[in-house]
Design a protein around this ligand. Structure first.
Ligand code: SAH
Ligand code: TRP
Length: 346
């Protein structure tokens, strides 16, 4: 369906939404699928309704949640270099949120005189709309083409590039994919790139488990509230009757997989009804529902993932304490067929 043109709308903004009806359906499918398994699980994208987005903003300000500060520090230190290396005319950002840190990049690209368009992609409609409005005001001449959608399903809706493209995937969100889907998703992202384009990705690094666990279980309980918020989303969207107070927030570092697991643990045995699906869900006392994993990386592992997706590292950037990494990568050079003499034997 063609979007209907609004004559009063700002000509520098275009917003396409791919979520009409899709979001509800995907939530229903995920609940039906995830809450009827022997080990209950929900995908993390459902955290981010308006309240979830607000709680996430507060997480980013917490003393324990170092990733946002570390990533901003790296961006601030490297933005000029990144603008030079990429010469980007277009910044496509996956899971853009409020684009708070993105401004550091936009400033550098704007300053370099190459920036023409910003393409934020996010499931949270209000964030895409608000950030489009603000950024066109802050950066005169900037075109914003917002894509409201699920980056796992709608990357084919990203418009064709208007020049050298930089895809940004910040905040360590790539860590929320389990390893197999992570590589598959990186391959899909690689499909957004042509020769001369780049991917800038933020990843949290393996470190002391106490530091990691504190980042996901802060003393003020904001992260706990964020985790429980997914239950409120189910109550509202699917007419469920979860009592968030029936669940404890659990954040544990799994040292074998090198990821943080976020869970909600039932305080008592009870049965919840997801009325829109006519689905009773029983929880045993102490039973846990996994709501997110957040993988932590080593340089080797990241290189392996990138390479499996057809990407090669251009630069590895980290903060002085090596808490977090930003990597710039591009499509792997493939040798020209005529010079490849190993072809016959492989
Ligand atoms: N990039 C920001 C926000 C990170 S939080 C930062 O670095 O601080 C993760 C963001 O990704 C949220 O804005 C959330 O709405 C979005 N998101 C999560 N899953 C998504 C999905 N499947 N498709 C599109 N956006 C998603
Ligand atoms: N992508 C962020 C991360 O893994 C999201 C996040 C931070 C998060 N804190 C959280 C998700 C707590 C769920 C619960 O770091």
């Amino acid at each position: 369906m063609e979007p209907i043109a609004d004559p009063t709308a700002d000509p520098s903004i275009r917003i396409d939404s791919h979520l009409d009806g899709v979001r509800e359906r995907s939530l229903a499918d995920d609940v039906l699928d995830g809450l009827t398994r022997p080990f209950k699980e929900l995908p993390p994208k459902h955290f981010y309704d308006a309240r979830g987005a607000e709680l996430f903003d507060r997480i980013c300000e917490l003393p324990e949640y170092y990733p946002t500060r570390a990533e901003r520090a790296i961006l601030t230190a490297s933005a000029v270099e990144l603008a030079e290396l990429t010469g980007a005319a277009e910044l496509v950002e996956l899971g853009s949120g409020t684009a708070a840190k993105t401004r550091v990049l936009l400033d550098a690209l704007h300053e370099a005189g190459t920036l023409r368009r910003y393409v934020p992609v996010d499931v949270t409609e209000s964030m895409v709309r608000e950030c489009a409005q603000m950024l066109t005001e802050e950066y005169p001449g900037l075109q914003v083409h917002g894509v409201i959608g699920d980056f796992e399903r709608h990357l084919d809706q990203v418009p064709a590039a208007v020049g050298p493209r930089l895809v940004a995937f910040l905040g360590g969100t790539i860590g929320n994919f389990p390893p197999g889907s992570r590589r598959r998703f990186l391959r899909t992202i690689a499909g957004l790139l042509g020769p001369g384009d780049h991917l800038l990705m933020g990843t949290d690094l393996v470190k002391d488990p106490d530091v990691l666990e504190a980042a996901y279980d802060d003393s003020q309980g904001v992260t706990a509230e964020f985790n429980r918020n997914v239950l409120r989303v189910l109550n509202r969207e699917l007419d469920a009757n979860f009592d968030p107070d029936d669940f404890d927030h659990v954040a544990r570092f799994d040292s074998e997989h090198e990821w943080i697991e976020m869970r909600l643990r039932a305080r008592r045995e009870h049965t919840t009804h997801v009325r829109a699906l006519d689905l009773p869900v029983r929880f045993a006392a102490g039973e846990e529902l996994r709501t997110e994993i957040s993988a932590k990386f080593t340089p080797e592992r990241l290189r392996g993932d990138l390479s499996a997706a057809g990407l090669q590292l251009v630069s590895w950037l980290t903060d002085p304490d090596e808490l977090f990494a930003l990597t710039l990568s591009r499509l792997t050079d493939t040798p020209a067929p005529a010079t490849d003499t190993s072809g016959a034997s492989s």
